[in-house]
Each structure stands twice: as C-alpha cells, then as structure tokens.
Design a protein around this ligand. Structure first.
Ligand code: XMP
Length: 597
C-alpha cells in the first residue's frame, strides 16, 4: 500500500494532517519524529507536523539527520518547516510576538504545491518562531506581509516547508495543497478507502487471534460495536464472547437498548455484567478527575480479570478485545510526543501490560471515528447505531463534576470589566475542568457569564478573549433562562459521585437527546455532553450543556443551537427536581476539551 508518514512533533496537529491525507484517499500513518530513515523508506513521502515546541528549546523534538538522505519528498509544516530550515542551514529566528489566526498569503511561485490555486489565499497561522532565510537551494513560494517565508521549496530535491497550517479548516485550499504534495509530488494513487479494508481486517483478526478465544468488552458505543462485529465476522459467535459492563454511569435506558440491538443483529450473546455497586464504591469520596479515571479504568480491569477467572479462561488461550481507535492510542500519551491530557480507560497500566504480552486485540486501532462509521456501514450495521454520538468509556462519571470543598463564587474585576464591554457580567467559579492549551493539559476555573441574551455573536468572541488573556480560567459558560445569580446566595457544595446525582444527570441527558432528535439536530452535531455541577442556591445542581461540532473530536467548535429553542430546552430541564440553573458551554477545543474531565 502506498502511504505517507506523518512525523509527530508533539501536539495534535499530526492527527489533523493524517486525517486530511486519508480523506484524499491516501493512507497516512503517524510515526514518532525520531523514526529511523530505514523505517521511512516504506513511505512515498514524509510530512513533519507542527507542534508546541520551539527549535531553540534544548529538548525540542528532533528528526534523525538521516531523514534528509532518504531521497523521498518531505513537507515540513510550522515547527516542521522551521526544523527543516534549521537542519539545512537556513536562518530561523525566535519570534518576539506570536502570530495566531487568519492570514492571506501571496503565492510567488505556484509550482508545484499551489498549482491551479489562486494567487492570494486565506491560510491559518499559529507560530512564535519563523524562517527568516530559506536554506541554499530553496526558493520562497509564498509570503504574507508579516511572514516573508510563508512557504518555501527546493524543487530539485522535493523538500517543502509551510509556516501556515494546510491541515486546519481555516486554510481555504488546505486539501488542494496537500493533494498537490501527496499526489502531485509524492505520486501516491488515491485508492485507499476504509470500506475496502473489511476483508483485510478480517484476515488480520484471524491471524492475530491464532485460534484463541476473544473476550470482547463492549461499551455499547460505535467503536466497540463495530470492532466486535468485525471480530464476530472473522471468528464466529462461538469464539467471541461479548461482555457488557454496566457501570451504573450509562445513559437512561442504554443497557436495555444495547442488549436489544445485539439480539436483533445476530451478533451472538452479549453478557451483561452489572457492576454499578463496585464502581460507586470505588469512587466514594473521590473528586479529582484523573483519579476518577484511574479508578474506573482499574475497576474495568478488575472486572475483566474476575470474569476471565470465573469463566476459567486460564492460561494464554484468550485475548482481550477492545474498540480502541487511532486517536485513543495517541491522546493518552500512548505514542509519540503528545502530552497526557486525559488517561483513557483503555490505556491504563494493566492494559499496557496485556498489550506488551500480545494479549489485546484492537481491530480499529488504525482508524479515525469517521472511518469507523464507514466500516460499520460496510458491515451492514444499522444507521441509528453507526451514527450515534461518541460516548466516553467512563461515561457519565466524568460528566458529573465533584468538589472536595464547599466554595463560593469569586468576583473577578478584570474578567467582569471585559464582560461588561459586551453587555454581560462575569464571575469565576472555583469548580475546575480540564482544558488543552498550547498542547498541554490545563485544569482551571470556570467563568460564568450572565445578564444578557444567548447571543453567540457577542458571547463566543468574548469567551475566546477571556481564555486568551487569562490562564486562571479555561472554560466559559453562559447562564441561560435565568437573568442572574445572586452570588451571596449561591454556593459550590462538597459533592462526590452518588446515585441520586447520576440519576438526575441521566434525566437531564435524556431530555437533551430527545430534544436533539426531535429538532433534527442529532445528526448535525458531533456530540452534546450534559454536565452536572454542584453549584446551586440550596442543595441542588446546575446543568451545563455542551453541544459541539467537530470532524474527529480532536478539535471542536461550540454548536450554535437556536437560542429560542435552547431557552425552551433549559425550561424543560429546570423542571427536574433538584436543578437550579442551566448553562451553555461557550468554549471551543482548544482551549477547553470536549468533556469537562
Ligand atoms: P476530550 O474531552 O478529550 O474528548 O476533548 C475528545 C473525544 O474523546 C471522547 N472521550 C473518551 N472516549 N474514553 C473514550 O472512549 C475516554 O476515556 C474518553 N474521554 C473522552 C470524548 O467524548 C470526545 O468525543
């Protein structure tokens, strides 16, 4: 198979690049930046990704010097562009100011990467350092008023560098530019399509299983269902044993729906293992998100071990199946340079050990979510199942925010002054949630905006400005359906994961899903997590809505649902006993993450 290597310089840009290349019908794989030249020979071309480091940092990610001797086309993007310029003795300068956002490049030489494209085009820049002078043999292919080497190329050796990011949606002709590289320069055929891979995947599962039984732990989500269906197709229902662990954190009615769907699809017997008691017990008194994730991950493993022992699958005659997909293997710091933002439950210590022992079967570990959906359709799974929104393994547990302390809202004059300029008021809530800023994890306070309408035109730029300016907050929400909160009367109370809280969250989540389906919005957005916060006037809760659009979950934008309809939705949620307020999350990813924990 003809393929492109994307060298990972850290951060998440490498996924966007690989996905964009795959969309062109060319298979792309992410490799560590220090991949050996020998390994890279198997690829038709190499793209070096952007990343959060500066080439002037002592421990910045470095490619092997031999990279430039493999006689393959190479494209460096942002950090990759600077790395290439530095390696070939061009001049890279440390930026005094950062350039971030949209820019218009002027194409000075269209061949070969801007072939067929306008002379002036909109791109997305995000960098501190820049290439001041291209290396010998390179010419400037495009510039902007603020960036004299926005694109450079050595057309003899087929080395190219872009200061801008062709992989992000804001670069208007990003796909065309990448196509000019992977097809035009590297000569790849555009013949890779996930649906054609079904037979190959089946053959691989047979080979990897090597006569062993597979215990497949299902979450009921798209990934594990498609992975399981593929494994059943490969090995038959006799050999594959589906186990569904009901953690107590599933959505309302979900366990029953999953059981019914499996029966209907003839996917063999799905054994439900009710473990809510065990999960709640393990999480008693715990409030820290990573600790919650670790405990949930460990509980899954303990239950798996228990089931394995109980069923006497002793020795090495069994494998553990999981629906892990490509980004899961990298976001947890599983490979390459990416920082640990959140530890996914399928990458905890014990699973890593099983991986090392060759006892894990992950048929979808090379695929992105949208590709998994294509595979699911090719396998004949029903649309309602394949198009379901992603749902995290730790489920509602990470949407039920806990607090170790009883705390009060905090006045913040600077943020409030900024909010006032747009006609709102603001205060800080010392309830923290996870974010991803500059490719590292943040865990910071929440800003609450109140006092105005749900006007996205005003609120979204305001939210961006607040998180750009102040690191003490990483997530901005607006109060909806209620004009104000009397800060003296409202409090954060100490709260952990309890059954009544999860039950309330299930009810709110059910209302939201219902609303999205009846409004025809379900298929139009990527996800709409509903989050419970122990913030209230009495002992109740606040419900936060987090509808977002995304192509792969790696980055996300706030979905602008009709404000009038959102008000009606908030009114329905407010009728639930114990709900004191409803809020709308106004934070893109980055700087926030999709899930709050
Ligand atoms: P974040 O919150 O990191 O989420 O922006 C990105 C996507 O990943 C999903 N997610 C998970 N999926 N196990 C999963 O299988 C997990 O532990 C997990 N945590 C987050 C999240 O719902 C979103 O689609």
């Amino acid at each position: 198979m003809e393929k492109i290597a994307v060298l990972d310089s850290g951060g998440q840009y490498c996924h966007l690049i690989a996905r964009k290349v795959r969309e062109l019908g060319v298979y792309a794989e992410i490799l560590p930046i220090e991949a050996s030249p020998a390994r890279l020979r198997a690829y038709k071309g190499v793209i070096i990704s952007g990343g959060p480091s500066s080439v002037f940092d002592e421990d910045s990610p470095q490619a092997r010097p031999g990279l430039y001797r493999i006689s393959k086309p190479i494209l460096g993007i942002c950090y990759g562009h600077q790395l290439m310029a530095q390696a070939m003795k061009g001049v890279v300068e440390q930026g005094k100011t950062q350039e971030f956002g949209r820019a218009d490049i002027r194409v000075r030489s269209a061949e070969p990467l801007f072939r067929g494209l306008p002379k002036k085009q909109r791109v997305w820049m995000s960098h501190g350092d820049h290439v001041a002078q291209p290396p010998a043999g390179f010419q400037v292919l495009a510039d902007t008023p603020g960036c004299s080497v926005a694109a450079m190329g050595d057309l003899q050796r087929n080395y190219y560098g872009f200061q801008f990011h062709p992989e992000v949606v804001h670069t208007k002709f990003g796909s065309e530019i990448l196509k000019n590289f992977v097809v035009g320069v590297c000569g790849c055929r555009q013949d890779w399509h996930p649906e054609d891979r079904v037979e190959q995947l089946i053959a691989r599962i047979r080979k990897d299983a090597h006569g062993r039984r597979v215990l497949f732990f299902m979450s009921g989500g798209v990934d594990s269902t498609v992975a399981y269906a593929l494994t059943v197709r490969a090995l038959g229902t006799e050999t594959v044993h589906g186990i569904y662990v009901d953690t107590g954190f599933m959505r309302e009615g979900e366990t029953e729906q999953i059981e019914a769907a499996f029966q209907k699809l003839g996917l063999g017997h799905l054994q439900t293992f009710k473990a809510a008691g065990q999960f709640f017990k393990g999480l008693q008194g715990v409030t820290d998100p990573e600790q919650k994730r670790a405990i949930i991950g460990q509980a899954f493993v303990d239950i798996q071990d228990e089931i394995v022992e109980r069923e006497e699958h002793t020795g090495h005659d069994w494998l553990l199946g999981q629906g892990t997909i490509y980004p899961d293997t990298i976001e947890s710091g599983g490979k390459g340079q990416a920082a640990v933002i959140k530890t996914h439950h399928n990458r905890v210590q014990r699973i890593q050990e099983l991986i090392a022992e060759g006892r894990i079967l992950e048929p979808l570990a090379e695929f992105y979510k949208d590709e998994v959906r294509v595979l699911g359709r090719a396998l004949g799974l029903p649309k309602a199942l394949v198009d379901r929104h992603p749902f995290p393994g730790p489920a509602l547990a990470i949407r039920c925010i806990c607090s170790a302390l009883a705390e009060k809202p905090e006045a913040d004059e600077e943020i409030d002054a900024l909010a006032r300029r747009s006609g709102y008021r603001a205060f800080l809530l010392p309830l923290r949630s996870v974010g991803v800023q500059g490719d590292s994890r943040s865990y910071a306070k929440l800003t609450v905006l109140w006092g105005g309408e749900l006007d996205y035109k005003k609120l979204l730029p305001l939210a961006t400005e607040i998180t750009n300016r102040y690191r003490r907050t990483n997530r901005i929400v607006a109060l909806i359906g209620r004009k104000r909160i009397q800060p003296g009367e409202w409090k954060i109370r100490r709260a952990t994961l309890t059954r009544p809280r999860v039950k309330l969250l299930q009810a709110a989540d059910h209302i939201v899903t219902d609303f999205l389906r009846s409004e025809g919005l379900y298929g139009k957005i990527w996800q709409a997590p509903v989050v419970l916060l122990p913030f209230s006037r009495g002992g109740g809760e606040t419900v936060a809505l987090r509808p977002i659009t995304s192509v792969d979950g790696m980055t996300a934008e706030v979905a602008r649902l009709n404000p009038q309809r959102v008000l009606e939705l908030a009114a329905r949620i407010s009728k639930l006993e114990g709900v004191d307020a409803v809020m709308y999350d106004l934070s893109h990813k980055p700087p926030s993450t999709i899930e709050w924990e």
